[in-house]
Design a protein around this ligand. Structure first.
Ligand SMILES: [Zn+2]
Length: 595
């Protein structure tokens, strides 16, 4: 901790409250509670008898609701941030729990609003949505109703919810318990080590080839020991999803995910087809990597082997400079906004005992500025983390023009600003480096990151599609599941990477399949969208900048499709998605030039 260059970099939360025992916290909670009670009293009758509700009254209700959520957000953000900064401090633990409990009570008082709105007849709801007075709330009111056709009666919903605890949720818990208790025994330097899943997977990034190979073999051998149960769990959950889809009238297994992402399934289909067409680009890269490693062909366990030379320790001050310069070169306003985060102490970067691990950016509401937390450890990837979180931060600042309900973006576009910011900083760093080996390390690292989010997540989604289709015919055995997995992966790796037979267990530890089906395509969507936008920026130059700024300013005020239209983006067009791959091809080309 002593040598860390970010020592002393702590955030200043006094814009929210003075201290954890500030009496304003309690009084804000009391005010919120009283306002919520008044709100329910005033609006419940009008909403539950929808016929007579006027646009003016609905607008007034939404404005009051916003005020309560804003105030509540200030308290919960403060409690959450204090706790993240020092999870071991009992006063902070208490505050966080107390605020969570109180705000749940308050939110429960307000819940009737959304439920009642969902029950409005289409005709009456449409008339209100189209009313000019409700213009700013149009997207929120519309998107709330998107599950209407798929919602069952209150009693049925209640039954499903309660039965889920001993049904699908129980299978999910069983999966988590099995995968988190796995112990992988590995011989290393004459000693036997007990590793958990993430520890052993990280060995795939080691320079020693035989260690990587043994690590991979150990992973799949251990997983195969639990193969029967893991297959049973996944098979049961697929069947459960198919049943619920039938009850809720979803037309296909992905439909529910598309709805929550506010994306048309046809656009996703096009995106996935374009990704598949570009698998040969991955093959080109795998052959280059084999050359770098001086191997005739890449094996699966060579995929993440390190090459080139890591950039020397990267002090925090340097990271700040790099990020601010890279942002300012894109748009001076970006540089200024990011500069505020450093100047006004909105970042907590030092590594401290008791502080939460990882990194995040919290953007509480349009009334408040965002805060960034990271654990800066002087590595290049920490620079990228700062860039990533500050990208979120800029998005959070720019969209403060929006109202509370239009502030957040759906999953598919939530990572646009952060990943775009990483691209800016990556390119800036690459240009600064003259050492060939450092450039090779930077490029391979970036390309492999992109492959993991674009190609691999596409493979994962294809596998899910195959598994759902096969389950409609019959129950899935471990063998059948393994075959489908190898089929989906075989298309990606082609003849460029050899897959060991034991890789048939590669699907069995991936939590997304169990907890949130068809989640993975959102990663493809988010990453490719950014690459394509970045390509447009390079092609169009400065004229692209104001359009991109406008996109961030729009926050979540409309569907991703509608927000992207003004940039000339059509997510239904294969050509748009192909732009993303042209950007990847550019990176692979740069690497080729160095070898
Ligand atoms: Zn992020």
């Amino acid at each position: 901790m002593a040598n860390n260059s970010a020592a002393g970099i702590q955030w200043d939360l006094s814009d929210l409250f003075a201290a954890h025992d500030d009496s304003k916290i309690e009084s804000t909670l009391n005010d919120c509670r009283a306002s919520a009670e008044r709100f329910a009293e005033r609006y419940r009758p009008a909403l539950e008898h929808g016929q007579s509700l006027s646009a003016a009254t609905l607008k007034q209700a939404l404005e009051e609701l916003e005020k309560i959520y804003e105030a509540l957000g200030r308290v919960s953000s403060y409690a959450g941030l204090l706790y993240a900064a020092d999870t071991a401090k009992p006063e902070y633990q208490d505050l966080d729990q107390r605020v969570e409990q109180r705000s749940t009570e308050i939110r429960n008082l307000l819940l009737f609003f959304e439920l009642a709105w969902l029950k409005f007849d289409d005709e009456i709801a449409d008339k209100l949505i189209k009313d000019e007075q409700l213009r700013d709330y149009r997207h929120y009111l519309t998107s709330l109703r998107r599950y209407r056709r798929h919602t069952l009666s209150e009693l049925e919903e209640k039954l499903l919810n309660e039965r889920d605890n001993t049904g699908r949720n129980a299978f999910g818990r069983l999966f988590s318990e099995i995968t988190s208790s796995l112990v992988f025994k590995l011989e290393r330097d004459g000693k036997s080590e007990d590793l958990n899943l993430s520890q052993i997977l990280s060995l795939l990034h080691e320079p020693d080839r035989s260690l990587r190979q043994r690590a991979m073999e150990t992973v799949y051998r251990e997983l195969s020991q639990h193969g029967q149960v893991l297959t049973f769990i996944y098979d049961t959950l697929i069947q459960d999803n198919l049943t619920v889809d039938r009850l809720r009238s979803y037309s296909n297994p992905m439909a529910q995910r598309h709805l929550s992402n506010e994306i048309d399934g046809a656009a996703v289909k096009t995106m996935m087809e374009v990704s598949e067409k570009n698998y040969p680009l991955a093959h080109d890269y795998f052959r280059l990597k084999a050359k770098l490693l001086e191997l005739p062909q890449l094996a699966l366990y060579d995929q993440y082997a390190p090459v080139g030379k890591e950039v020397r320790p990267f002090p925090y001050e340097n990271a700040k400079l790099v990020v601010l310069n890279a942002f300012a070169a894109f748009d001076p306003k970006f540089g200024e906004l990011a500069g505020e985060f450093f100047a006004k102490n909105w970042i907590d970067a030092e590594i401290r005992k008791g502080k939460r691990g990882g990194a995040f950016c919290a953007s509480p509401s349009p009334q408040l500025h965002p805060y960034v937390l990271c654990n800066y450890d002087d590595n290049l990837r920490d620079v990228m983390t700062v860039a990533h979180e500050l990208g979120h931060g800029l998005h959070g600042c720019l969209s403060r023009k929006q109202n509370y309900f239009n502030y957040d973006t759906p999953l598919t576009t939530a990572e646009t600003a952060s990943v775009f910011a990483e691209m800016l900083v990556f390119d800036y760093l690459l240009e600064q480096q003259s050492d060939r080996d450092v450039r090779i390390a930077l490029l391979t690292g970036k390309i492999e990151d992109i492959f993991a989010t674009v190609f691999r997540q596409n493979v994962l989604t294809r596998f899910e599609e195959l598994a759902f289709a096969a389950r409609q015919e019959k129950r899935l055995t471990p063998d059948a599941m393994g075959k489908l997995w190898l089929e989906a992966n075989g298309k990606y790796y082609g003849d460029a990477v050899t897959m060991p037979d034991s890789y048939q267990w590669g699907w069995s530890y991936i939590p997304h399949f169990i907890h949130s089906r068809f989640y993975c395509y959102s990663y493809v969507f988010g990453q490719l969208l950014v690459l394509a936008l970045y390509r447009m920026y390079k092609d169009e130059g400065k004229t692209f900048v104001p359009k991109y700024v406008a996109l961030l300013e729009a926050g979540g005020s409309d569907t991703p499709d509608a927000l992207l239209k003004p940039l000339g983006v059509d997510i239904h067009h294969a050509e748009f998605w192909q732009k993303g791959f042209e950007e990847i091809r550019g990176l692979v080309g740069k690497l080729q030039g160095l070898i």
